[in-house]
Design a protein around this ligand. Sequence first.
Ligand code: PGA
Length: 251
Amino acid sequence: MTNKFKYFIANWKMFGDFSSIKIVNSISSYLKRAKIKKNKVIFCVPSTLISHFSKNIKKSNISIGAQNCHYLDNYGPYTGSLNAKMLREVGAKYVIVGHSENRKEGDTDKIINKKIKSSIKNNLIVIFCIGETLKQKRKKTTNKVLNNQIKKGLSGLKSLKKIIVAYEPVWSIGTGIIPSEKELNTSLSFVRRKLISRFKTKNLVKVVYGGSVNPKNISELSRNNEIDGFLIGGASQSKKKFIDIIKNCYM
Ligand code: PGA
């Protein structure tokens, strides 16, 4: 349980259709009913749904986000791609960048850095994902990996104002396994320290945790003061699970 301000960021991945707005609106009603105010809820939905959701979402403090973007600001010959400007235009306020599923498909730190810069320029708040693979964890190179991803991904940036860092151990995504309290504290405090020393600010540092967050493990995770919120994949597609996550976090 916690009484701290938390982010709850849903990552729907390649799931959902127009009718799924019911889920978002139920959550909005729940938040009003339960009078839970110390939070920010963001739904990062497939790009096909951004416009529909932004227009039809009940009046609430829930925001809609995208899950990725192209690294260029301008239009260009990139079949199937969408840039930050286009996503902003249809109603996205946030964008996930650097998710491990996209890193696996070729997003390098350099490309991620360009995407972050383009997103900020186009007034999107970036959810910047970092995290080590199981192999890297076994080789005990977690801190080195995180340091590199932060250094290269945020290269040239002057402020953290428009950035939420999401620490997502790759081995935890979709596996049902979460890091031990000790592992989590070690990685999260390392990330926080790096961000504080790089940007010379404590107040603007926001680090959320992602990887198999569910209604059961949220009580344990919410007690961790290093965590400013959660990036939730699988469980965020279920209205009941998402509400239970929020409920169990505060009660
Ligand atoms: P998961 O996904 O909650 O299903 O593990 C998290 C993510 O990929 O962001």
